[in-house]
Ligand binder design. Structure first.
Ligand code: DGJ
Length: 727
C-alpha cells in the first residue's frame, strides 16, 4: 500500500515521489513535503517555531503563541483565523461569519480510486497500485466537515485530490470558496509556467518567476477558456526539458477556474486550485454536501519532458474512458474549411468518395446542416436537417457516405439557441439572461439555461434523437461563445451564485448519459477551437479540436504548449489549405502534414479541388500516419527544440526506445545559415540506430550527445521527418 499512517504522519509514496502530512498541535494538519522520493517519516521540523515575533496570530489555546497558522505549511487552510494568506475554504454561516477553523477528525485508507458524484474523476481502469485516502477535518464552531480525498496512482506518479464539504448542522451553510487542492511549498523560489492565449492562439507557454504577493490566472467565461488553461507547471528556475524539478497540475473542470499563488513574507508559496470563487456561492443544506472538482498532479526530477510523459500516460490511462485507451481512431476529413456553409448532400458524398479512395476513414459534416442555417445567425436549437441541403435527412446521407467506405460524423452545438429559431419562438425564456437587463450576445447566439431541468432534458433528447436517426460514428460537440448574464430561472435569488457551476454539472450529466448509451461514439469536443480544452472534457471524449488556427507555423506553438500537459492523441490536428484561411500564410503540403501528424490527424480542405499530385501525396500521408499510428498516439513524446517562430523539433519514441520518429520544422531561414545539429537526448545510449530512409547508422550516445545534422535549406517552413530503428 502506497499510503501509510504512523506517528500522526501520513506518508504517500509513488514510484518516484513522496507526499507527506502531519497532524500537529491542536489537531491542525500540516503539509510536510511533496517532491522526489524521501525516506524520513516525521517532518515536524518544517513547522516554523521561531518565537517572539511581533504581529503574529496564534490560537488562544497556544499559550506560548508558537503555532502561527500564517507561517505553517498547511494541507487545507481555513479563512479568518490567523492565516493572512489566501485560504482554501471560505464559508458563510447562518450568523453571517465566514470563518473555518479546520482540525483533524478522522481518516480512512481504501483500495482503488474515488469517484465523484456528478463530476469526472480519474479512473482506476484495472490498474494495480491505486489506493485512496480520505482525511476528514472538522470546523471547530460548526458541524461542517471537510473531507480531503487523495487517490494515489503509484505507477504513474500521479495523485488526484478533491475536497467535499459536508454540512451536518441544522442550518444551511454557503460555500463561498472551496479549493480542490492546496499545495504549500516552504521554498517558493520557483517559476510558474502557464498556458495562456486567445482564440486561435491558445495555450502559449508563458514562464515567469514567482514574486512577492499574489499571482495566478483564472477564467470567468463559464468555460475553461482560450485565455487561461486550467493546467500549470511550477519548476525550478533552471528546469529545462531534461533536468530539474517540475510539478504539473491539472484541474479537471470545464467551467470558471482559478489558480492562485501567493508568496509569503518568508518566501513560502501557497498554491490554490479550484472553481473560481468570484461570484460563487453554493448552498449546502443540512445533511448535504458540496463536491469540488478533482485536480491531479505529478512531480518530475528530470525536467519538463518527464513531467509531460507522466501526465500523457496518466490522461490516456486514467482520464479517457477505457474504450479509448490504446484505441485506433479514424483519420478524418472535416468539411468546414472545405465548404463552410456552402454544401449539400451530393457535395458531401463526393468529398466522401474522394476521401475513401485516398485512405481517409471518416467524413465530418460540420456546421450548417440543420434548421434553415445559412450563416451563423440562425437555427441553433432546431436540430432537424435543413431540407435545402439534405432533402432526405441524415439517414440517406450517412448511408451514401458509408457506401464509399467512409464513416459518417456530424457537428452539433447543443448548448446554444439562435433568436431566429423555432426553439426561441417556443421557449424564449430558456435563454440564460438576467431578468430586466439587456442581454449580451456572442456570435449572434445565446446560451441555454442548462441548469433548468427541462432545458437540460431538451438538449439531451435533441442529441439522442440525432444519434438515433442515422449511422453516426463521430460527433463534433462545439460551443461558440462564452457565458454571460449568468442567471438561472430555476434557482432562487440567494442561489444565483451556483449558476455557472450548475451549468457545468448539467453539461457533464448530459455527456454522461450520451456516452453511457453510445460508448463507441467518438466525440471530439470543440469550443471555437480550443476554448474548452481540459481534462473534464477529455473524460468524455478522447480528442478535442485544438485550435481554429490551422496554420502549420502557428500550430507548432499551440501544439507545443498543449503538449506540456496533454497527450498528443488528445489534439485534433488537420492539414488545411494554403494560403491558410486564418493567416494567409503559404506552407508546403509536406510541412502542413508534418505538423498535423502530431495529433489526431485529419484534413480540412476541399480534396476535390486538389491536383492529382496533391491527391497522391494525401494517399502517402494517410499510409504514413496509419503506419506510425501507435508510435504517435501512444509512444513517448519529447520536445527537442523550440526556437519560437524560427525552428522547432520534436520526436516520438516507442516504449522500448527502439524506434524514434523525429520531426523538425525550419520556420524561417536566414541568408548564410549553417547546417544545424539537433540533439536527441532521449535516445537510448546503449542502442545503435539506423535512419530507415538513408541507411545511416548512429550510436544512441551520439544522437544523445552530438545529434544529427539537418542541412541548411533555402525557403521557409521546410520540414524534415526522420525515422530511426534499432535492433
Ligand atoms: C468553430 C469551430 O472551431 C470550427 O471548427 C467550426 O466547427 C465552426 N465553429 C462552425 O461554426
Amino acid at each position: 500500500m502506497s499510503i501509510i499512517f504512523k506517528d500522526s504522519t501520513f506518508k504517500i509514496d509513488t514510484k518516484n515521489t513522496t507526499y507527506s502530512m502531519k497532524i500537529i498541535d491542536f489537531g491542525y494538519l500540516m503539509h510536510g513535503y511533496y517532491g522526489g522520493k524521501i525516506s524520513d517519516l516525521d517532518l515536524q521540523y518544517v513547522c516554523p517555531k521561531t518565537p517572539d515575533r511581533s504581529y503574529i496570530a496564534a490560537p488562544e489555546a497556544d499559550k506560548k503563541m508558537l503555532l502561527r497558522l500564517n507561517d505553517v505549511p498547511q494541507e487545507y487552510s481555513g479563512y479568518g483565523i490567523g492565516d493572512f494568506r489566501t485560504t482554501a475554504l471560505r464559508l458563510k454561516h447562518a450568523d453571517g461569519s465566514r470563518a473555518a477553523d479546520l482540525r483533524y477528525f478522522s481518516h480512512e485508507i481504501t483500495d482503488g480510486a474515488v469517484s465523484l458524484d456528478g463530476l469526472p474523476s480519474a479512473r482506476q481502469n484495472g490498474e494495480d497500485g491505486v489506493s485512496s485516502l480520505k482525511i476528514t477535518l472538522k470546523d471547530t464552531a460548526s458541524e461542517v466537515f471537510v473531507h480531503l480525498y487523495y487517490t494515489v496512482f503509484e505507477n504513474t506518479d500521479v495523485i488526484a485530490r478533491t475536497t467535499i464539504v459536508e454540512n451536518k448542522g441544522e442550518t444551511p451553510v454557503f460555500v463561498e470558496k472551496a479549493a480542490s487542492l492546496q499545495l504549500d511549498f516552504l521554498n517558493g523560489d520557483m517559476d510558474l509556467i502557464q498556458l495562456s492565449g486567445a482564440w486561435a492562439r491558445e495555450r502559449q507557454i508563458v514562464r515567469t518567476h514567482l514574486h512577492d504577493g499574489f499571482q495566478g490566472f483564472a477564467s470567468r467565461r463559464g468555460t475553461s477558456s482560450h485565455q487561461h488553461n486550467p493546467f500549470f507547471v511550477l519548476c525550478d528556475k533552471n528546469t529545462d526539458e531534461w533536468s530539474g524539478s517540475a510539478y504539473g497540475v491539472h484541474l479537471m473542470y470545464s467551467g470558471n477556474h482559478r489558480t492562485e499563488i501567493e508568496l509569503s513574507q518568508y518566501g513560502a508559496a501557497r498554491v490554490l486550485v479550484g472553481i473560481n470563487d468570484e461570484g460563487f456561492s453554493y448552498e449546502v443544506k443540512s445533511n448535504e454536501k458540496f463536491t469540488a472538482p478533482q485536480a491531479f498532479f505529478t512531480h518530475s526530477e528530470n525536467g519538463l519532458s518527464k513531467m509531460s510523459e507522466n501526465l500523457h500516460k496518466f490522461i490516456r490511462r486514467h482520464i479517457f474512458a477505457p474504450q479509448w485507451y490504446g484505441s485506433r481512431r479514424p483519420l478524418l476529413i472535416n468539411n468546414w474549411e472545405a465548404t463552410y456553409f456552402d454544401f449539400d448532400e451530393d457535395k458531401l458524398v463526393s468529398l466522401a468518395e474522394t476521401a475513401g479512395k485516398l485512405g481517409i476513414e471518416l467524413l465530418v459534416m460540420d456546421d450548417g446542416w440543420f434548421g434553415h442555417r445559412e450563416g451563423d445567425d440562425s437555427s441553433l436549437g432546431d436540430w432537424v436537417p435543413y431540407k435545402k441541403r439534405l432533402a432526405g435527412g441524415l439517414e440517406p446521407l450517412a448511408r451514401r457516405v458509408n457506401e464509399k467506405g467512409v464513416k459518417f460524423g456530424i457537428w452539433v452545438e447543443p448548448e446554444m439557441i439562435s433568436e431566429d429559431s423555432d426553439l426561441y419562438l417556443n421557449h424564449p425564456d430558456w435563454v440564460m439572461c438576467i431578468p430586466n437587463r439587456p442581454r449580451t450576445v456572442g456570435r449572434n447566439q445565446f446560451v441555454l439555461d442548462l441548469a433548468k431541468e427541462e432545458v437540460k432534458q431538451y438538449v439531451l433528447d435533441a442529441v439522442l434523437n440525432i444519434l438515433g436517426s442515422a449511422d453516426i460514428a463521430y460527433m463534433k460537440w462545439d460551443m461558440n461563445r462564452y457565458l454571460t448574464d449568468a442567471y438561472s430561472k430555476s434557482l432562487q435569488a440567494e442561489n444565483q451564485g451556483e449558476t455557472y457551476h450548475r451549468y457545468v454539472l448539467a453539461l457533464y450529466d448530459i455527456l454522461n448519459t450520451i456516452t453511457e448509451k453510445y460508448p463507441h461514439l467518438l466525440i471530439e469536443h470543440c469550443s471555437g477551437g480550443g476554448g474548452r480544452f481540459d481534462t473534464g472534457m477529455l473524460y468524455y471524449s478522447p480528442q478535442i479540436w485544438t485550435s481554429d488556427d490551422t496554420d502549420a507555423a502557428e500550430r507548432v506553438n499551440i501544439q507545443f504548449g498543449t503538449s506540456l500537459g496533454y497527450p498528443i492523441t488528445s489534439m485534433g490536428s488537420h492539414l488545411s489549405a494554403s494560403p491558410n484561411h486564418q493567416t494567409g500564410r503559404l506552407t508546403s503540403f509536406d510541412t502542413r502534414a508534418a505538423v498535423a501528424y502530431s495529433g489526431t490527424f485529419g484534413y480540412e480542405l476541399d480534396i476535390n479541388r486538389l491536383t492529382d499530385d496533391e491527391r497522391e501525396q494525401i494517399k502517402k500521408q494517410c499510409a504514413f500516419y496509419k503506419e506510425h499510428y501507435d508510435l504517435i498516439n501512444y509512444g513517448r513524446y519529447y520536445r527537442l527544440a523550440d526556437e519560437h517562430g524560427k525552428f522547432a523539433a520534436w520526436c516520438f519514441m516507442s516504449p522500448d526506445s527502439k524506434e524514434i520518429l523525429l520531426t523538425a520544422v525550419n520556420l524561417s531561414s536566414g541568408a548564410n545559415d549553417a547546417d544545424r545539429l539537433l540533439r536527441i537526448p532521449c535516445a537510448d545510449k546503449n542502442l545503435r540506430y539506423t535512419d530507415t530512409q538513408t541507411g545511416e547508422n548512429y550510436f544512441g550516445d551520439t544522437l544523445c550527445r552530438l545529434g544529427i545534422a539537418l542541412p541548411f535549406t533555402m525557403g521557409e517552413r521546410i520540414s524534415f521527418i526522420k525515422h530511426f530503428t534499432a535492433e
